[in-house]
Design a protein around this ligand. Structure first.
Ligand SMILES: [Zn+2]
Length: 439
């Protein structure tokens, strides 16, 4: 029935008129979405071709979803992940690393791993550290032989990395807050009770049960209990969230890649979680659109492990996320100003702010530049405005007509927010505090 309706309602002439076509196209899109997917008849195939073709004809047409591969933030190198804050790689960077590390041995390999240390995610970094230890005794070893020759113990590799990250967290806190600070104390307590690492003992003895989420929650609590500055806690958490927790992932990587694969495939597996992906801010499974204004750049590790967890739940695992969305927004805005992703992304920072605001029910409020401010920044720096491409624009702007519509216009306008709020603290408490300070 729907298919027939499409034919009846889409004469070519209509595609050429831009005035009323947007509304009509929206109406048509509602009708076309399901039947085309559900019905693979020749008629629907023709309808699909016809309809998709219209996107080229009529730039005002914005009725089709944007594929994640069109999300051009994925083309920017070294953007910080909106969740964990670690730098991300483009596919090109991943390929380059794969070729290099997959064809190196000994000291050269060790150097390549060192150079890319910031990109490795939690469990991957645990293995990389193990491999580097082996390279000291095996100057000719490659990625796979370093794992194979002596045999790797996943439980030990996990524990070593957890200890390493807790120690680095402690170091970071000393650097920012001085000797004997509450974070340092918490780290040392954790090392002693869970891992039985005393100051004078290097080797861990016991196999205590370490709980990553509880440990992070404990650190977050210190911010308020001990009056640690938010910005400093953010920097400390950026280190602490690098804690790995899955022995299974490590063990699977060792058996599948260390033993059963090539050096290049292993190299690729070790780095692939750093690749930038399009995260659906409102999860796809809950009706979130495939549209640029519902995307943010997130590393594959974070994107893959969040699933459709709510942000409230997820932020217990990544309590630095609200801060890192802001860091990411700033970095992407800078690239937009420079014209690195074309002329269709000037609205993106505002869209990102709106989507995050809505998804977190107003708890995370970004400070972003609107298109006018982006233009002004270009002017001030003598940069030219990049040209907008009509076809891309159709993909980049609101390419979805589902039930999700961002936040209402009246909530967006004129609201100035200069800070962001971390879960699980209620937004108002924090704002009230800020107001008190300001007064
Ligand atoms: Zn991440």
């Amino acid at each position: 029935m729907h298919v027939q309706r499409i034919f009846a309602a889409t004469p070519l002439a209509m595609m050429a008129t831009s005035q009323k076509s947007k509304e009509q196209n929206q109406e048509l899109t509602k009708n076309v979405t399901n039947p085309i997917e559900a019905n693979s008849s020749r008629a629907s195939q023709i309808a699909r071709n016809y309809f998709f073709g219209s996107q080229m004809v009529n730039p005002a047409f914005t009725g089709f979803p944007c594929s994640t591969s069109n999300f051009r933030v994925k083309e920017l190198e070294d953007m910080p992940c909106t969740c964990c804050g670690r730098p991300m790689m483009t596919n090109k960077q991943v390929d380059e690393f794969t070729m290099k590390a997959g064809n190196a041995a000994g000291a050269e390999l060790n150097q390549i791993l060192d150079d890319n240390m910031n990109y490795f995610r939690a469990e991957e970094k645990a293995i990389v550290h193990f491999i580097q230890k082996q390279l000291k005794d095996m100057p000719d070893a490659t990625l796979t032989t370093a794992v194979k020759r002596k045999g790797a113990d996943a439980a030990q590799i996990l524990k070593d990395e957890q200890i390493d990250v807790i120690k680095r967290t402690s170091e970071k806190s000393k650097e920012l807050l001085g000797e004997g600070n509450p974070v340092q104390n918490a780290c040392e307590r954790e090392l002693k009770t869970t891992f039985a690492v005393a100051a004078d003992r290097k080797k861990p003895k016991s196999t205590g049960n370490f709980n990553r989420t509880n440990f992070l929650t404990g650190l977050v609590d210190l911010e308020h209990k001990k009056g640690i500055q938010h910005e400093q806690m953010h920097k400390i958490l950026d280190v602490a969230v690098q804690l790995p927790e899955s022995e299974k992932i490590i063990s699977k990587m060792i058996t599948t890649y260390g033993y059963g694969s090539s050096d290049e495939k292993f190299a690729h597996r070790l780095i692939q979680k750093a690749v930038v992906t399009a995260e659906h801010i409102h999860p796809k499974s809950k009706g979130g659109p495939n549209a640029t204004d519902n995307y943010m750049g997130e590393c594959q590790e974070c994107n893959g492990s969040r699933g459709n967890m709510s942000y409230e739940e997820w932020m217990k695992r990544y309590p630095n996320m609200p801060d890192n969305i802001q860091v990411h927004a700033d970095a992407v805005t800078e690239e937009i100003i420079k014209g690195k992703i074309g002329g269709n992304y000037d609205d993106y920072p505002v869209d990102l702010k709106d989507a995050v605001y809505k998804e977190t029910e107003g708890k995370v409020v970004l400070t972003v530049k609107n298109p006018e401010e982006i233009d002004k920044a270009r002017e001030e720096r003598g940069l030219t405005k990049p040209t907008a491409d009509a076809k891309e624009k159709a993909n980049a702007s609101g390419a979805y007509q589902g039930s999700y519509h961002g936040i209402p216009e009246n909530q967006k306008a004129g609201k100035k927010h200069h800070h962001i709020v971390r879960f699980p603290e209620p937004a108002q408490t924090k704002e009230a505090k800020e107001d008190e300070k300001a007064a």
